[in-house]
Each structure stands twice: as structure tokens, then as C-alpha cells.
Unconditional design. Structure first.
Lengths: 552, 170
């Protein structure tokens, strides 16, 4: 049977089980949009391509399936770039399709031409430009295979207009055969035995868990490991929810905005078990002074992460879940001792806390969101102070409940991501915890939320500042607040103008009723919380310091 | 230390850009890179000479492996191998001095491949040391133009780094 390129694309999406895509039409994707017009695929029209990329990312993180976004050539494609880079840094399975000018016009600086495969080379796991319509079906299949297996990541497929508009006799592409792509899933016996011996010999172990635990679905195995060894668990920002936040062995985050007890535990540990984490500079501080007295076991699916930033004494390359299942039978239960007592003392001595001063505190807001949602909401964030407060004060107990831009640190991520999360989880309560700066970076997606009646709640922690930058200016630049104060629109009126609900809260007494109303409302709600203006995220490790040197 | 990598890649458009881009964005230094097709039309082989300590080499190899188009990487530095470069040098030469230059060429088993009114062009193959020595020998005559291919290399004996070959096949 003959099929157009656009029809082959639709067929490929259906074959991959894709039921939802996020996109924005344009000239070079007209054939594709024509095929989508009567396809059995839900298309969410965002108001900016960046919104489509982040929404696909949020959808992927909430569902575990590949997120799919679609944009036209040129500016449509370049507008996806931040979202693709964001997915790349956080290992999110995503397939981005872009239209391209017809091949006859390629390389001639044609209208809306951009070399998007060249531009996205460093921020995709792999990318393609389709030059022969007979390759299209296989490329789509390979793209999903690469995006979702091994260490997940974004794959971009650039489709010239003559390919999507062309026709060919359709053939099933058959199995994927990529000789250069063979992710290793299982650890080797030798490394597993070495790791088991090191674990059994250790007296002061700390488990350091990252986003790999969530990507591989290893949260149960991680809990078993921690409980078997009575080993405290600290997670990265990406790892939040990979271990129950209310578990007695949980230490919270480590690193720049980690808890004191997590950082102290890492500094005094004799063994670090790194599970699906990559020793990011915000986590490890000074690389050569990370966990100075510890042997380090590094379990990761990406061999290039081993020894990249911090030395690994024992490396196990493999899928975290598979490796933990291989490792667990080699271990024996341990009993709590002096190490666990010491950590409990630190926990009592240095809790993460804040001082009430009569003004509305951001920490209170987060805590109340937790209370009102019973800890069951899916939380997305933007990037900045509010993100760290969300990480500290909302207790995440299940994987895929905290969805945040970690590696790239993309302001403007949280709101479109929340839209993607709400599409993936239509019956759950979704909150985007935002700052007054970040929310304005993709505020146009309010129209999308209203358009599709997605009852996303946006909690703006409004302090009239780019708060995190202001905090650094306060601490390290002598309070010279250079261009960090914001004159903001009236967010309540803005919400109403878009057809959403707007609520303003400026005192603690109104918190609970407003949040309850927001959760009850089956429409998008913007909550404008007027918070204490110059509050800081504390404690913190100053940049370039090692983890024991915390301030605040 | 300098390492010589034999890298087999899918013969896809853009694969050179992927490899070159990787080296530049991760801050790895390429001394030389030569690429061409192999005994299989769908596979190309790059010989990459890279400068760095063991940690850098480990990262180079692992990051290269992450490229989907890269099939196989061998660091052949510690092994016995043959390596060659080809150089073309155009030297200033009045007709009266041709004999002199031909003698130099003879010593290096180089060949005269073109004659101009006031130039000769010579080609020479060999390992890097020989090519360097040849270049130095011609420098006094005045080198007008010089082009080198970059190094290509192959293991000695029965062993091979081809797609089906095992490096450890003795």
C-alpha cells in the first residue's frame, strides 16, 4: 500500500504506542498536520514550541513513556532547543520531530531553514535528518528505541517537506539493528562481588541515589538495600521520590542545598554507594574533596559517568534495577550501631527549618500544599529558590511525583511540564511550584491549560525578586541587587484574562482555604502567594567549597 | 601521552561532525584525524591521534562509545602497529638544483610527482618521524606548500581491529 511520509509518521507513532503529542504547526509540517487531522492521536497545541518540548518532557517523567513533540522548521525547531537540552541533561526519554524545508532548498538559507540536526548535535542522544522516504519508518523506530533504552534521552528526527509530502510503497521496517548501540544492563560477577565485599566490610555506609533509580524503576530495590544495610539514603534533586521522604533512613538531599546531616554523613562515610547518580558539581562540591574517607561504589548505566567527575573505586555498569537485584542476594542484613546513632543526632541537631516572622513564609506555603494534597500531588517546579523550598518542604514518597529541571536549570520549565504531567495523569492533583520570575518565562501556556481544561495549579511564590540570584548577590556580592528586582503584572488578573482562576494570598491564615479551593476547582488556578521578600534558601555550601563547609 | 585510536563508524552523513564536535565540546585535543572507507562499504574507519593522560583517554573512549554511529574503538598505542602518513611538498627549485632535491628524495624513498618551472612537488609516505625528517631536509630549499594526510594505522600480524576481527586474535 502506498503511504505518504506524513502517514508513515502517524503509523510509526501508533506502532510505538504514542497516544499524545505536543506541538505547534507551521509551513514545513503542513503535510504532517494534515495526516494528524484524522489520526487517532491526541495533539495538544501549546502556545510556544518551548512549551511543547517541556510538556513532552513532563509527560515523559510522569508516565515513564517517551514524550513526543512536533514543531515546524526554522524558528519552530530552534524554539525546541532549550526543551531538548533540558531533557538531555536530565536523561528524559523524548522524541522531537521537526519539519524541514524540502531537500531541494536545503543549504540555501531558505525561508525558515535552520540546521537543526547541527544545532542539536550536542544536546541529543542521537538525531536524524531523513533524506530518503524509504528510511523514514525505520528511523522512527530507531528514534524511540534509542530514546527509551539505556540511559534515556532526547532524539530528534528532522523531516524535509518533500519527505513528509512524498509517497512510497509502505513496508514494515523490521527489527532495529544498531551495531554501535548496545546498552549494558547487567553488572559483571567480578564487580558485583567486589561491591558486596566492600559493603559488608563498611561501618559507615551512605547510599547516594539519583534520577537513575526513578528511570529504571528501582525504588523498591533501593528501599530493600537501605533497610537491609540500615544505611542512610541521601538523594539528588533528580532522585527525590526514589526513596520515601518519610522513611527514618532518609537524609534529604545532599550538595549545595542539601541538609547538613546528609552532607556531614557523606563527609564522614567510609563507603558511598552511588546509585544512578552522576556526581554533578552542585551535588559533589569540590570534586577532589568529595567523601574523602570513603570508598566509592558507582552503579550507573552510562559507562562515561564512571570516573568523570569523582573517582570510583568499584564501578558497576548496568541498569540500576537489574544491578541492585543482582547485588541484594550477595548481602547480609546489618544491625544499626554507632553510625546510625550519630546520624540521628545530626538530624536532631541540624534540622532544615525556618523562622516565622509574621510575614507569609515560602516554607509555610509548601508545607501547606503538602498538607492539603495529603502528599499525593505531582509537583513540578521552575528553577530557583522556590524549587529548593519545594524539594525541602514537600515530602516526596513515591517516584515520578517530583518533576523538576535539574541539570540544565531551566526557568520556565515547570508550568509547561505541569501541563504534560496533567495530560499523563488526568485524575491527579498537579501543582507547579513557581517563582514570580520563572512563571513569566512560559506564561503563555496558560492559554493551553485553559484550552484543554487542564486543572493545573500554579503556586507562585512571589517575592518580587529573582530570588536565587538576589540571594547570591546578598551573600557573595555585598547586597548589590543588580537587576534582580521585578516589577510584576497582577497575576490574578492575568489568570482571569486567560480564563483561569486567580487567587491572591498574603497571610498564613488564608493559605489553607485558598489551597483547598484551588484543589477543588476543576480549572487551571493561579495562586499568587505574596511571601517574605528577602528569605534565603539555607543551609548552603558556597560554590567551589567542599560539603562540610555549610553556611546558614 | 599521545594515543592512537582506531575507530570504526557507520558510514552515515554527519558522523565526522559528531566525532569532531564531541572532541571540541569536551575539550579533548586531536593531534590528527584521518578518515576513509574500509573493506565494508557501510563502515568507515577513523584513525585519531589524541593527547591526554589516562583519565582523558578513558573519557574520550567512553564518550565516543556513546555516539550511536560509533561501532568499535581500539586504542592500539600499546600494541605493535604499522602507521603511515602521506605528505605532498612543493619545494622552490630552479632547474639547476633539481638533482640535489632528487637526491634528498631518494634518501627518503620519496617520489617526484610534478615539476614546475621553478618548483618540484614530492610525495613521501612513512611514519610521523620520517615525514618530519623529510620536511626538515627540504626546508632549506624553501617549502612553498605542504599538505599531510594525518596518520593511519593498522595492527601488525594476524590481529586486526576490523569489525569481525578480535584485537586479541593471535
Amino acid at each position: 500500500m502506498k503511504k505518504s511520509g506524513a502517514e508513515i509518521l502517524v503509523q510509526g507513532l501508533m506502532d510505538q504506542g504514542v497516544d499524545t503529542i505536543f506541538g505547534y504547526p507551521g509551513g514545513a509540517v503542513l503535510p504532517i498536520y494534515d495526516a494528524l487531522y484524522d489520526a487517532n492521536i491526541k495533539h495538544i497545541l501549546t502556545r510556544h514550541e518551548q512549551g511543547a518540548a517541556h510538556a513532552a518532557d513532563g509527560y515523559a517523567r510522569a508516565s515513564g513513556k517517551a514524550g513526543v513533540c512536533l514543531a515546524t522548521s526554522g524558528p519552530g525547531a530552534t524554539n525546541l532547543v532549550t526543551g531538548i537540552a533540558n531533557a538531555y541533561m536530565d536523561s528524559v526519554p523524548m522524541v522531537a520531530f521537526t519539519g524541514q524545508v524540502a531537500q531541494a532548498l536545503l543549504g540555501r538559507d531558505s525561508f525558515q531553514e535552520a540546521d537543526i540536526t547541527g544545532i542539536t548535535l550536542p544536546v541529543t542522544k542521537h538525531n536524524y535528518i531523513v533524506k530518503d522516504i524509504r528510511d523514514l519508518a525505520m528511523i522512527i523506530k530507531e528514534a524511540f528505541h534509542i530514546a527509551t533504552t539505556g540511559r534515556p534521552g532526547p532524539v530528534l528526527v528532522d523531516i524535509p517537506r518533500d519527505i513528509s509530502g512524498g509517497e512510497v510503497e509502505y513496508k514494515d521496517p523490521g527489527p532495529v539493528n544498531l551495531p554501535g548501540y548496545r546498552p549494558v544492563l547487567e553488572g559483571t560477577e567480578e564487580q558485583l562481588n567486589k561491591a558486596a565485599a566492600a559493603i559488608l566490610a563498611s561501618e559507615r555506609p551512605v547510599i547516594y541515589a539519583g534520577g537513575g533509580v526513578i528511570n529504571s524503576g528501582a525504588h523498591e530495590e533501593l528501599k530493600k538495600l537501605a533497610e537491609l544495610l540500615v544505611a542512610p539514603v541521601t538523594t539528588t534533586l533528580m532522585g527525590l521520590g526514589g526513596f520515601p521522604g518519610d522513611h527514618p533512613l532518609f537524609l534529604g538531599m545532599l550538595g549545595m542545598h542539601g541538609s547538613r546531616y546528609a552532607n556531614y554523613a557523606v563527609c564522614e562515610a567510609d563507603l558511598i554507594i552511588a546509585v544512578g547518580a552522576r556526581f554533578d558539581d552542585r551535588v559533589a562540591g569540590k570534586f577532589d574533596r568529595f567523601a574523602p574517607g570513603a570508598r566509592i561504589i558507582h552503579i550507573d548505566i552510562d559507562p562515561a559517568e564512571i570516573g568523570k567527575n569523582v573517582r570510583a573505586d568499584i564501578a558497576i555498569v548496568g541498569d540500576v534495577r537489574v544491578v541492585l537485584n543482582q547485588l541484594l542476594p550477595r548481602l547480609q542484613a546489618k544491625l544499626p550501631g554507632a553510625w546510625q546513632e550519630k546520624i540521628d543526632l545530626w538530624k536532631k541537631e541540624y534540622p532544615i527549618t525556618y523562622v516565622e516572622n509574621g510575614r507569609l513564609k515560602p516554607q509555610q506555603v509548601i508545607r501547606e500544599i503538602y498538607n492539603v494534597t495529603g502528599g499525593k500531588a505531582r509537583i513540578t517546579t521552575e528553577v530557583g529558590q522556590h524549587q529548593m523550598w519545594a524539594a525541602h518542604y514537600y515530602t516526596f514518597t513515591r517516584p515520578r511525583s517530583f518533576i523538576s529541571s535539574g541539570g540544565l536549570g531551566t526557568m520556565g520549565y515547570g508550568f509547561p511540564a505541569a501541563i504534560g504531567v496533567q495530560v499523563a495523569c488526568p485524575d491527579e492533583v498537579v501543582f507547579d511550584i513557581a517563582g514570580d520570575g520563572s512563571i513569566q518565562m512560559n506564561i503563555q501556556e496558560m492559554a493551553t491549560a485553559v484550552n484543554y481544561n487542564l486543572p493545573v495549579n500554579v503556586a507562585i511564590l512571589n517575592n518580587g525578586f529573582l530570588g536565587m540570584v538576589r540571594q547570591w548577590q546578598e551573600l557573595f556580592y555585598n547586597r548589590r541587587y543588580s537587576y534582580t528586582e521585578l516589577i510584576n503584572p497582577d497575576f490574578v488578573k492575568l489568570a482571569e484574562a486567560y480564563g483561569a482562576v486567580g487567587l491572591r494570598v498574603d497571610k498564613a491564615a488564608d493559605l489553607k482555604p485558598a489551597l483547598e479551593q484551588a484543589v477543588r476547582t476543576n480549572r487551571p488556578v493561579v495562586l499568587d502567594f505574596i511571601i517574605d521578600r528577602e528569605d534565603n534558601v539555607l543551609p548552603m555550601v558556597p560554590p567551589g567549597e567542599s560539603l562540610e563547609n555549610m553556611i546558614g | 601521552m599521545r594515543h592512537t585510536l582506531a575507530v570504526l563508524v557507520e558510514n552515515n552523513p554527519g558522523v565526522l561532525a559528531r566525532v569532531a564536535g564531541l572532541f571540541s565540546r569536551r575539550g579533548f585535543n586531536i593531534d590528527s584525524l584521518a578518515v576513509g572507507r574500509t573493506e565494508r562499504p557501510d563502515v568507515s574507519r577513523m584513525t585519531i591521534v589524541v593527547e591526554g593522560d589516562d583519565r582523558v583517554l578513558e573519557q574520550v573512549t567512553k564518550q565516543l562509545h556513546k555516539l550511536v554511529d560509533v561501532i568499535k574503538i581500539n586504542d592500539i598505542t600499546p600494541d605493535e602497529y604499522v602507521d603511515r602518513e602521506l605528505v605532498l611538498i612543493k619545494v622552490n627549485c630552479e632547474p639547476a638544483r633539481r638533482g640535489e632535491i632528487m637526491q634528498v628524495a631518494d634518501v627518503f624513498r620519496a617520489r617526484i610527482v610534478d615539476l614546475g618551472r621553478k618548483t618540484v612537488t614530492v610525495e613521501c609516505t612513512g611514519n610521523e618521524g620520517k615525514i618530519n625528517a623529510f620536511e626538515e631536509s627540504l626546508r632549506p630549499y624553501g617549502i612553498k606548500e605542504l599538505v599531510r594526510t594525518g596518520k593511519i594505522a593498522m595492527l601488525r600480524g594476524n590481529r586486526s581491529t576490523s569489525l569481525d576481527g578480535k584485537k586479541d586474535d593471535e
